[in-house]
Design a protein around this ligand. Structure first.
Ligand code: ZN
Length: 190
């Protein structure tokens, strides 16, 4: 188990759609060690989630966890979830504007549109299949991580007029965003 360096926008591995994991290999030391490294790195960086290609591994695996996160104090908690070979499907067509950042895009944030509800199918780290509906900011986090696994990043989705540094986010945008998104989360659940 180890904290590994997070690669940043511009690294080709972030643009490479990741490879499906052969379910028979999920219990192998290689895959289990990668999952442990993803969890350690996500927690070390205070990320809400991390995808394998963000630490240079080209497998379709991501981890998600939101506890009390100083980067995202407004996010409802998500228990530690390991998603192997995730498939996302939008549920309904309602969208929500979210101000997002990314560990691989240091210092920058911006506003993008996410589906309010998605159904996600995946295998967990024991290889057991799950199909669950996620809503609200939790749905946004799942969309963010699956985007990474497809070689997509927030810079592709952010309205360019809304790019901002973390410093300017805190100074000019955070309070209004947190108020709006807290009301939204109370209405929509997670
Ligand atoms: Zn990211």
């Amino acid at each position: 188990m180890a904290v590994r360096p997070v690669v940043h926008v511009g690294h080709p591995v972030l643009r490479q759609p990741t490879r499906e994991v052969d379910p028979r290999t999920i219990d192998s030391p290689d895959v289990q060690d990668l999952i442990d490294d993803l969890i350690d790195t996500m927690r070390h960086e205070n990320g809400a989630g991390i995808a394998a290609n963000q630490i240079g591994a080209e497998l379709r695996i991501a981890t998600i966890e939101v506890t009390r996160n100083p980067r995202y104090p407004y996010k409802p908690p998500i228990p530690l979830t390991v998603i192997v070979n995730p498939v996302l499907r939008a549920v309904g067509d309602e969208m929500v504007a979210i101000n997002e950042g990314c560990l691989s895009v240091p210092g920058l944030r911006g506003v993008l549109q996410r589906h309010v509800a998605v159904e996600v199918s995946y295998l967990d780290r024991e290889g057991r299949p799950h199909t669950e509906v996620k809503r609200g900011l939790t749905a946004g986090t799942f969309q963010h991580e699956v985007d990474h696994l497809d070689g997509r990043m927030i810079v592709d989705r952010i309205d360019p007029a809304t790019f901002m540094t973390w410093e300017m986010y805190k100074r000019f945008h955070r309070d209004a965003f947190v108020t709006r998104i807290t009301d939204f989360a109370a209405r929509i659940g997670s």
